[in-house]
Design a protein around this ligand. Structure first.
Ligand code: ZN
Length: 130
């Protein structure tokens, strides 16, 4: 029981708030109580849960990740996007979210983000009920 939707990213590194799409898929899937997985089938992107109220939080996360893993010609991978692969592994390609009474169990300030590290591109997000 899965559903897939597309995310169009508009810059090389950006986080897209996908909470509304995920919430609507939970309703489509008819999940009332349990859990879902939000999964990204890409090697240079990721899924995370973090603050969605203040966009400066995402700016700070992106800024610190870029500082920790800068683009560099020194990596072995010939495609030139090893920094994006490393950031993808640091953040991880999925999140598990509990569902209660048909809605996501998220804190007041939490949102679900698609993390793009090698855009702009059209990407896929898969949501599956557990
Ligand atoms: Zn690559």
């Amino acid at each position: 029981m899965t559903k897939t939707f597309s995310v169009r990213t508009r810059s090389r590194t950006t986080f897209v708030d996908i909470t509304a799409e995920v919430r609507s898929i939970v309703a489509d899937l008819g999940v009332e109580d349990g859990a879902i997985v939000v999964y990204c089938p890409h090697t240079t992107a990721a899924i995370t849960i973090n603050e969605s109220a203040d966009p400066d939080v995402v700016r700070d996360v992106i800024g610190k990740l870029s500082e920790l893993v800068p683009e560099s010609p020194a990596f072995f991978h010939a495609e030139g996007n090893s920094d994006a692969h490393i950031k993808s592994s640091l953040i991880g390609c999925s999140e598990t979210v509990l569902v209660r009474d048909g809605d996501l169990v998220l804190g007041t300030w939490q949102g679900i983000f698609f993390c793009e590290f090698d855009g702009p591109r059209s990407r896929q997000v898969v949501v599956g009920a557990l």
